[in-house]
Ligand binder design. Structure first.
Ligand SMILES: *Cc1c(COP(=O)(O)O)cnc(C)c1O
Length: 486
């Protein structure tokens, strides 16, 4: 299926011969063959299934093996990866990927990753690679500007929202509770992402320390219930320290009233954290900015570029309005590092290793910086606006589609709905929805997901993938109709 690249002259060369350090010709060949595969891959994305799980276990079995002592032909390895392994499972890059919150990976990020993987800069301490560390810090600065934060704001790029939530929670714990935090309590709505539960667990809190506050009819945290709970806890001798607002819930994309939550937190001397892993980058758009109003009141904010900024997985971000608070929760000194990073350079930036648990890690900033510089923020703003438009259109259509009811209209680009039929009991309706989803995902043209919302099985569409345009959404609605009335 593949033609070799026109600029490769040494077909059939033995790429394992040179060992760990390939010749320039071998490098060309390594890149050329992948370039062909990658371009063919992108070319076929439009027609790729959004999910394909048939025979997936057998395919996975192809790579269960002991460590090979000798090398194997490159082409056969690429064939295995591109033709067998990649196609199984959920296709996060497909236009029909409407299930989970992921943006599909932007090609330019892969180029940035190639550069950082080749040059291997160490950005943990500013002085070790000032230029590249500054690239990452500039990206952080762009994000802080987007939120509307002052110069002493800062942050760090992490592997994802989960790690970012953990570090935020620990910073809050450290600042407000100190070492003896056994009685501490934190608050979030019953729609909160489970990475917050996990962060609380990892940070050493017993399970009941996280108080799940009921959400209202629009799935937003009920501030009246929060007020009551905090007062009750105080009275009982507990130590409330942290309120978490979600800017884009996983179930329905609901955005808590950040303005009021922020005021509440401030009046009650609580740390205010906003989990904007999904919704944060909609702040680049006018509509998103309006919905996210109040996010600037947060002490810490989590963003996930690998969701609403279309970067590949492994790109999360934690921002702090006062970066020193993040630093005091994560900074330690050691003789070997203090000596090693003192290069005599006047560092005016904070070092990332002092803001998170990570010391050695890959550079993440270039995969944001390069596309932003190359394409401009406008390209991202337009893509996000498109997702908002498509979600609004989907909600409008579903509200009038026979056999469906809309459960949550999109505040951002996610909507929740159910298959409905008059006269069916709750459990019967749940079963109907399970069946519709199962049928639809088996067909694989589009991929959707479901969740329990206020105890009812609910379907959801998340329009966030880079390549989900109007045609993919039309297919999605068509598939829903077909699977509802088979
Ligand atoms: C995805 C998500 C997370 C978890 O982030 P990961 O990048 O998957 O670790 C946390 N909170 C919200 C609201 C999310 O959407």
């Amino acid at each position: 299926m593949l033609v070799s690249s026109f600029w490769c002259t040494e077909l059939g060369m033995d790429l394992s011969e040179a060992g760990l350090e390939p010749s320039p010709a071998a490098m060309r060949e390594l890149i050329a063959q992948v370039a062909d595969r990658v371009i063919a891959y992108y070319g076929s994305l439009e027609n790729q299934r959004a999910s394909d799980t048939e025979g997936a276990a057998e395919v996975a079995g192809l790579v269960v093996e002991a460590l090979p002592e000798k090398g194997q032909p490159y082409e056969s390895l690429l064939e295995l990866i591109f033709s067998r392994l990649i196609s199984k499972g959920f296709n996060t890059n497909a236009p029909g990927s409407f299930s989970y919150i992921n943006g599909g990976a932007l090609f330019h990020c892969a180029i940035a990753d190639l550069i950082t993987a080749v040059t291997n800069p160490y950005v943990g301490y500013w002085g070790a690679s000032p230029g590249m560390a500054q690239v990452e810090d500039t990206v952080i600065r762009w994000f802080a500007d987007m939120i509307g934060w002052p110069a002493d704001a800062g942050g760090v790029l992490l592997s994802g929202g989960s790690l970012a939530n953990l570090s935020a929670l620990i910073a809050a714990r450290k600042a407000l509770l100190g070492d003896d935090f056994g009685l501490g309590t934190l608050y979030a709505s019953d729609q909160v992402h489970h990475s917050i539960n996990k962060a609380a667990m990892l940070a050493g809190f017993p399970e009941d320390a996280l108080r799940l506050i009921p959400s209202d009819g629009a799935f937003r945290l009920r501030i009246d219930a929060l007020t009551e709970r905090v007062a009750e806890d105080r009275k009982a001798g507990r130590r409330p320290f942290l309120v978490i607002g979600t800017a884009g819930t996983t179930n329905s994309g609901a955005v808590d009233d950040l303005q009021r939550l922020g005021s509440f937190a401030s009046a009650n001397e609580l740390w205010f954290h906003v989990d904007a892993a999904y919704g944060g980058f909609f702040a680049l758009t006018e509509r998103g900015r309006a919905v996210l109003q109040g996010i600037e009141l947060a002490d810490t904010v989590v963003l996930d570029p690998h969701k609403s900024l279309f970067t590949p997985f492994g790109t999360g971000c934690l921002l702090a309005r006062d970066v020193r608070k993040l630093q005091s929760a994560h900074q330690l000194h050691s003789d070997y590092i203090d000596a090693a990073v003192d290069l005599g350079i006047e560092a005016n930036a904070v070092s990332f290793a002092d803001l998170s648990p990570e010391l050695s890690r890959g550079m993440r900033g270039l995969r944001i910086w390069l596309p932003m510089k190359l394409l401009g923020a406008g390209a991202f703003r337009r893509a996000l606006d498109e997702k908002l438009d498509l979600a609004a259109m989907a909600a409008e259509k579903i509200a009038t589609m026979p056999g469906f009811v809309l459960v949550a209209a999109p505040e951002l680009s996610t909507l929740a709905f159910r298959a409905h039929e008059a006269g069916l009991s709750g459990p019967e309706l749940d079963r109907l929805n399970v069946e519709v989803l199962d049928r639809l995902n088996r067909r694989g043209r589009v991929h959707l997901s479901a969740s329990l919302m206020h105890d009812r099985y609910t379907l959801r569409i998340c329009v966030l993938s880079l390549r989900s345009h109007a045609a993919a959404l039309a297919t999605c609605l068509e598939e829903l109709s077909v699977c509802r009335h088979p």
